[in-house]
Design a protein. Structure first.
Length: 103
């Protein structure tokens, strides 16, 4: 279920200050929403907070990690910085993983 190139270009034309992001999960997490239109000035940490609201099967004590293009970016990175680095596609593909922080 990739976002088509045509759809992504239409979105970027209509919202030039936002980036389309498709989120997939591993570890059998239930995500209520998988497509997001994210402002360029949002940090990765803030985006992870937004994603946490849409995850059903994640407890407060479980840490979430977000991989974009196979890389683990710092939470202080802005979406615009990541978009510049990963602009080979017409959207960002984010993979969410979780880890139990208390053993």
């Amino acid at each position: 279920m990739n976002i088509s190139r045509k759809a992504a270009l239409q979105i970027m034309e209509k919202y030039p200050d936002r980036v389309p992001i498709k989120v997939v999960t591993n570890d059998h997490m239930d995500l209520q929403r998988t497509k997001f239109l994210v402002p360029l000035n949002l940090t990765l940490g803030n985006f992870l907070t937004v994603i946490r609201k849409y995850l059903v099967s994640v407890e407060d004590y479980e840490a979430l990690y977000i991989f974009i293009g196979g890389k683990l970016y710092p939470n202080t990175s802005t979406i615009s910085r990541i978009w510049e680095d990963q602009q080979s596609d017409y959207y960002l593909l984010a993979i969410i993983a979780k880890e139990n922080t208390f053993g």
